[in-house]
Write a protein that binds this ligand. Structure first.
Ligand SMILES: Nc1ncnc2c1ncn2[C@@H]1O[C@H](COP(=O)(O)OP(=O)(O)O)[C@@H](O)[C@H]1O
Ligand SMILES: [Mg+2]
Length: 335
């Protein structure tokens, strides 16, 4: 992408208050034409509220959003034509087939006749579900529903696609399909705003990222620029069978250690679409940030050993977006 790429979405000092709570609290960023822009932040950070204002579903308390030259407050019809929206909640009729749902959404976007049928077929192809098109949505898995939800958002060939946490709580196969679909749509020229609390997805997909927490963008830039915010710190991840009491404080007391957090391994804590919890995983990932990469590992392992923790694996890495978030906020993305 050239440095001269122009902004297709401009968000300026955007605010949304619910009573005393500022869900979005003075957010500004640009999305450049042709890029995948990530909005990365934990649950409750304000991602859905921001997307709702960009897509004209929610009126801003103050601030402005311009999409393809049109203002969300003064010209919402033009904004809606330029946008495709894949909401966090599934927006499909369960008793209708996938084909019927897509025809419905296509008509909502003003498509009809042969063009509608072409676009429905194309969207089903993109979703990888052409062979299941005549089955009712209620028979679909959570991941398949999400793929149809994405298909519904792209039938009118929007210039910008807004995707709000499209992979939460679904099977790995559908997740991979969705990530590849985003890449493919972007290769074909679509600009994408992708929100997530999974740093791995954002690192895989995005050109530039805004990190959002408590309604504010706390860092903004290309992924390499953000990594540099952490400086020369290493991330030591230790997978433990369980977390002995007091062990985090003991790690924090080590002189070479800058910060420590503990989280459940990715996804284990999250229920899937049908509300079924994946098999119970009591293991814990402990992340330690340290400038030292020599003696600190031995010290960390020895503290954990003395506390009686069973270590399943140890991994040392360069900073990633998770460590950037940890560095800026002192907490983990999945807290
Ligand atoms: N309609 C609403 N009324 C009151 N509070 C809301 C409403 N929608 C969101 N919030 C609050 O705004 C904050 C941001 O929520 P949200 O935008 O959904 O975050 P995210 O999508 O990043 O998880 C949360 O504290 C949430 O409880
Ligand atoms: Mg949300």
């Amino acid at each position: 992408m050239s440095d001269l790429a122009k902004a297709i979405v401009t968000v300026t000092d955007l605010v949304k208050r619910f009573g005393d709570n500022a869900a979005v609290d003075g957010v500004s960023f640009d999305i450049l034409e042709g890029e995948v822009f990530g909005l990365l932040g934990p649950n409750g950070a304000g991602k859905t509220t921001a997307i709702s204002m960009i897509s004209c579903l929610l009126a801003p308390t103050s601030g402005e959003v311009i999409v393809d030259g049109a203002s969300v407050t003064r010209d919402p019809r033009k904004v809606k034509c330029a946008l495709g929206v894949v909401p966090q909640e599934i927006a499909l009729y369960p008793t209708l087939t996938a084909l019927e749902n897509l025809r419905f959404w296509g008509r909502m976007y003003g498509l009809g006749g042969r063009l509608l049928e072409e676009r429905v077929a194309e969207a089903l192809e993109t979703a990888g579900l052409a062979d299941r098109a005549r089955e009712r949505i209620e028979t679909y898995s959570g991941g398949m529903k999400r793929r149809i939800n994405i298909a519904a958002g792209i039938m009118h060939h929007p210039r910008v696609l807004l995707m709000d946490e499209p992979t939460v709580g679904i099977d790995p196969q559908s997740r991979n399909h969705i990530l590849e679909t985003v890449k493919e749509l972007n290769r074909r020229g679509m600009t994408v705003l992708y929100t997530s609390h999974y740093m791995e997805e954002v690192e895989f997909l995005c050109d530039r990222v805004g990190i959002i927490d408590h309604g504010k963008v706390i860092a903004l830039g290309a992924i390499d620029e953000l990594r540099r915010l952490v400086g020369d710190e290493n991330v030591i991840s230790v997978h433990l069978s369980e977390l002995p009491a007091g062990v985090l404080d003991a790690l924090r007391a080590l002189p070479e250690v800058d910060s420590v957090t503990a989280t459940a391994p990715a996804d284990a804590a999250e229920a899937d679409e049908e509300g079924a919890k994946p098999e119970v995983d009591e293991t814990v990932m402990v992340q330690v940030l340290s400038k030292d990469s020599g003696t600190v590992i031995a010290d960390v392992v020895s503290v954990l050993g003395r506390a009686g923790a069973r270590i399943l694996s140890v991994d040392v890495r360069e900073p990633n977006l998770e460590s950037v978030f940890l560095h800026l906020t002192g907490k983990s993305l999945r807290d």
